[in-house]
Write a protein that binds this ligand. Structure first.
Ligand code: ZN
Length: 295
């Protein structure tokens, strides 16, 4: 039987997804992900060019899961994590100089986050420093930021480099990469039943939020990583942190990788492609940095 005449369930699913995500339904189903990728990156029509990096809109897949559900799941995991850290005494005290330093950098970056995601204004942003040799950092959906002493001490990060790590992690939250990943997972895992489930998005969202995904150690796609690098560079540049630190940061990561692979590197490959992409983006963000107030 010719494939073209076979009414495969995935065609129905693709059509339903197009309708829900507001994408053109005349796009050939055979194009699958390609169609969606175009919809994800198309600039809003009539939008004027803005200064800085261009990464298009947030992924359409994110719409399949309510942001409230993801943020609530993140808060729950965060509370659990803080409880464990408190009992194991791994949290540094609030007046610890390194935590004060992180707080200062976060306070400079966060005002520039709102443009990327209006929900960020309402987030209850928090920052904590965990005593651990791990080279690691995260920002959960909803703005809960965590750093491990290992990343600061072992890499001897400058403020500019800390701003790159923090900007990168905040960018994942702003661009809703976790939400999109769960939306994509729901769309592909649920299969044919998605057609009926799509009629009740709230139910689908609750299903996804209860998957129990570890929100601090998600491995994102290469595209999401590039996006986070670019948005992070811009956030840091606008806040007055040197974007060229993006290059030195990843070179330090590469060097650290020579021994045992650090935690952050297991989800963040520090390849030469990554550094080359950051270098290519520098001309887009250097003017923002040069004009930004410094301290
Ligand atoms: Zn990342």
């Amino acid at each position: 039987m010719a494939l073209a005449s076979f009414p495969a369930p995935w065609r129905v699913i693709t059509l339903a997804l197009c309708l829900v995500l507001g994408m053109p339904v005349w796009a050939t189903p055979a194009a699958g992900g390609t169609v969606l990728a175009q919809a994800e990156t198309a600039p809003p029509s009539g939008a004027r060019a803005r200064e800085g990096v261009d990464v298009g809109r947030n992924s359409a897949f994110a719409k399949l899961v309510p942001a409230d559900d993801i943020e609530a799941a993140a808060t729950k995991q965060y509370i659990e994590m803080m409880r464990t850290a408190a009992s194991q005494k791994t949290l540094v005290s609030p007046d610890h100089p390194q935590l004060q330093r992180l707080l200062h950098i976060a306070q400079r970056l966060i005002p520039f986050a709102y443009e990327w995601n209006p929900r960020a204004r309402q987030w209850k942003w928090e920052i904590n420093l965990f005593r651990s040799k791990q080279i690691n950092a995260f920002c959960m959906p909803g703005g809960k930021i965590g750093f491990y002493t290992g990343i600061l001490d072992q890499l001897q990060l400058t403020d500019d480099e800390v701003a790159q790590v923090m900007g990168h992690e905040i960018a994942h939250a702003l661009r809703e990469h976790a939400r999109a990943r769960m939306g994509k997972g729901a769309a592909t895992n649920i299969g044919a039943s998605i057609v009926s489930q799509l009629l009740g998005l709230g139910d689908l969202g609750r299903t996804v939020a209860s998957y129990g995904v570890e929100l601090i150690s998600l491995k994102f796609s290469r595209d999401d990583e590039t996006e986070a690098d670019l948005v992070g560079l811009e956030l840091a540049a606008r806040a007055g942190y040197d974007p060229r630190a993006g290059v030195t940061l990843w070179k330090k990561m590469q060097a650290a990788n020579k021994g045992a692979p650090p935690q952050w590197l297991s989800t963040h490959p520090a390849g030469t492609t990554r550094i080359a992409e950051i270098e290519k983006a520098l001309p887009l963000v250097m003017p923002l940095y040069e004009r930004a107030p410094k301290d």
